[in-house]
Write a protein that binds this ligand. Structure first.
Ligand code: MG
Ligand code: MG
Length: 248
């Protein structure tokens, strides 16, 4: 069942989204060569605490940190630590905040200094694919319209969609029904209605689509070692069109 949220609930989710967006932007501002991913985690902790929120990821199925920090060939769920960013890296940051019992969830891949042309194209295409998906978040759309739009942009740019990890409904819990794959057939799936809230989050690889999990039980990497990018927003479906909740 896909929950429909009242206007009042959406306003609260907007606050959670705003805090999430502020944390993500602040982490992005701190991204630079020589900075460790543990230091980036501390930035997010400070922003969420100052806003009176709670970190959504910390302790989630045992995850040990406030952000996921996934560098270069890492796709998602990287654990912050002593790894130092280097010029030319890309670093995907995923963060979630809980405010008044509602969750915001957002991710972005940042450039560390000057990156390769391929990296720039990958990041641009992944972000574009996210916004193509968001544009389908309207009453009367079908769920797979979102994935079809994401897939068309990402694959159209010559990249591959990760299939093992998907977007999701979100509200009082970070992961609610439905799953939102980043691929699909337009016109298929449940009809979207106003008040539904979805986290749209394409994960796109420069090379093949295959991924594997590292021995830490969390970090997901591309099987072929190529770069990966991840962009995510929490989006409410409203009669006025898509409402991106995870913007400042
Ligand atoms: Mg996320
Ligand atoms: Mg998510």
């Amino acid at each position: 069942m896909i929950v429909r949220r009242s206007r009042a609930e959406l306003e609260t989710m907007r606050e959670a989204g705003r805090v999430t967006a502020r944390a993500l932007r602040s982490v992005g501002d701190a991204v630079a060569p020589g900075v460790t991913t543990a230091e980036l985690d501390e930035v997010a902790v400070a922003v969420i605490e100052a806003a009176g929120g709670k970190a959504a990821f910390l302790g989630y199925h045992g995850f040990p940190a406030t952000i996921c920090a996934s560098r270069n060939q890492q796709v998602v769920h990287g654990i912050p630590g002593r790894t130092r960013l280097a010029e030319g890296d890309v670093i995907s940051i995923d963060v979630g905040a809980i405010v008044d019992g509602y969750v915001g969830d957002s991710a972005r891949t940042f450039r560390v200094g000057t990156v390769s042309d391929e990296a720039r194209r990958l990041l641009d295409a992944t972000e574009k694919s996210l916004f193509a998906g968001i544009d389908r978040c309207r009453p009367g759309s079908r769920l797979q319209d979102i994935g079809a739009a994401v897939q068309s942009v990402a694959e159209g740019a010559g990249f591959s969609i990760v299939r093992e990890y998907v977007g999701h409904g979100i509200g009082r819990n970070m992961h609610e029904d439905p799953q939102v794959p980043n691929y699909g057939i337009a016109g298929k799936g449940p009809t979207l209605l106003s008040g539904m809230v979805l986290a749209i989050e394409p994960m796109v690889n420069a090379g093949g689509a295959a991924v594997r999990q590292l021995g830490d039980g969390w970090t997901v990497v591309t099987a072929d070692g190529t770069l990966s990018a991840h962009f995510e927003h929490t989006v409410a479906i409203t009669d006025d069109g898509p409402w991106i909740l995870t913007e400042e």
